[in-house]
Design a protein around this ligand. Structure first.
Ligand code: PLP
Length: 232
């Protein structure tokens, strides 16, 4: 079942990319495996998935332990400062840098290990009270500060759009994140890149690709509906 759904998502990504004259290879599919067991991840790996997204540190650490194949792990959920020490050095990319306090802790723990941690700055474009992330108008100032942190490498931006019936409703959100990335580029910070735009989930990844997403985070369209009753 995963194979079929994975093929479907991949072909939609391709089709959408061609539609807007983009190269599908510039779009990375992150398979969001949160709440799914390691066996499901193994099945996705067997079908060519290399990038997985998790939103809890503990679950991520358990899965890293149980999966022997060297895949790329993406932390996509809110990261508490006191948990940073458990994941530094284990992630391909942290998508959810949402406060300067968190940045300082990532800087500190990365320096301790002598590594540079790659992150995306999370932006709450829709300014939903229930969501994490900086406001659009804060981001340039935040980048100035992150630019000074030598053990953090900002690779781009991430946003979580609201759940909407009609994904078209999220188009302006994706467009605003793209525009913000262009504005940041113009500042020519030496330690800040905006190459990655992580936006779009099962419901709206096609719209996000049309608006410039380079990473889409897709869970249920690949793995089916999640069962939260077994968690937390
Ligand atoms: C769960 C989650 C996703 C994937 O959601 P689906 O609707 O299942 O595709 C993407 N991004 C974040 C931040 C998530 O928490």
């Amino acid at each position: 079942m995963i194979q079929v759904q994975l093929e479907e998502v991949r072909s939609q990504i391709k089709e959408t990319a061609y539609k807007v004259n983009r190269n599908p290879e510039d779009i990375t599919l992150i398979a969001v495996s949160k709440t799914y067991p390691a066996s499901v991840i193994e099945e996705a790996i067997a079908n060519g998935c290399m990038d997985f997204g998790e939103n809890h540190v503990q679950e991520l650490c358990q899965k890293i332990e149980s999966i022997n194949t060297p895949v790329k792990w993406h932390l996509i959920g809110h990261l508490q400062t006191n948990k940073v020490k458990y994941i530094i050095g284990k992630t391909e990319l942290i998508h959810s840098l949402d406060s300067l306090r968190l940045a300082e802790e990532i800087e500190k723990q990365s320096a301790k290990k002598g590594i540079i941690t790659r992150v995306l700055v999370e932006v709450n474009v829709a300014e939903e009270a229930s969501k994490y992330g900086f406001k659009i108008e804060e981001v340039i100032e935040v980048m100035k500060q992150l630019n000074e942190m030598s053990h953090i490498k900002v690779e781009g931006l991430m946003t979580v759009a609201p759940f909407v019936e009609n994904p078209e409703e999220n188009r302006t959100i994706f467009r605003e994140l793209y525009r913000l990335s262009v504005d940041i580029q113009k500042q020519k910070f030496d330690n800040i890149s905006t190459n990655i735009l992580s936006m779009g989930m099962s419901n709206d990844y096609k719209i996000a690709i049309e608006e410039g997403a380079t990473m889409v985070r897709v869970g249920s369209a690949i793995f089916g509906n999640r069962d939260y009753s077994k968690h937390h």
